[in-house]
Design a protein around this ligand. Sequence first.
Ligand code: ADP
Ligand code: ADP
Length: 232
Amino acid sequence: DTAVSLSNVRKTYRIGEPVHALDGVTLEVPRGAYIAIMGPSGSGKSTLMNLVGCLDTPSEGTVVVGGRDVGALSDRERTTLRGTEVGFVFQTFNLMPRLDALENVALPQLFQNVDRATRRDRARDLLERVGLADRADHLPNELSGGQRQRVALARALINDPAIVLADEPSGNLDTETESDILDLFDEFHGGGTTMLVVTHERHVAERADRIVHLLDGKIERIEELDGADEPT
Ligand code: ADP
Ligand code: ADP
């Protein structure tokens, strides 16, 4: 069973000289996999995440997410697919500054036709899972970096996405907080969520079962990590 499949994907930006941000990428991500993406700045990591996250479409080749060919969908269909299949965790958290933690977590459900009481119950549930039940009514600027990241993670999971995309999820965090966040990733991965994590940090990447190394828009190599085939 495949969560994400890219075949011969090319993404070309044409502002002046054409740039192939991705150049012939083929990658199968099985359901439930935990994959880290590494590579120098400009190697195509964000472009890859944007395609898998249905934020963008390939210039050539196909991207299939949750069984749908992303390039063949209308903008509206892509938005729907993104809302149901994908949860995003950004380095800068992207929390709404005037909404409290609970409201931030509940936000993606606004677009899913769920009533307010159910939204708040579910948001409270998730805050509990990330260990922030007692901070539900705090605004983002009243939370530490690690707490904000946990709010962002809870929000990413509220629509029960099949795939979680995290871009440098622990870049701003101290070692202990980082390891808490990565433990949460392990927990969600253990529950069957497919994880794709972009990171510059080797020790973060090593939580995954496979590291995809990008270089100049191409897959340079795929590294299988020890224990990847052991049941968890
Ligand atoms: P990474 O995330 O690994 O740093 P990116 O995917 O952001 O790499 O970028 C890959 C290449 O595509 C870079 O050369 C970058 O300058 C170019 N690029 C990315 N996004 C755009 C864009 N919106 N317009 C033009 N060029 C872009
Ligand atoms: P944690 O250990 O939970 O990550 P830190 O205290 O290490 O929290 O802070 C991480 C980042 O968040 C730092 O950049 C810090 O300046 C910022 N930060 C922490 N607490 C607050 C706060 N109450 N208001 C604004 N920024 C904060």
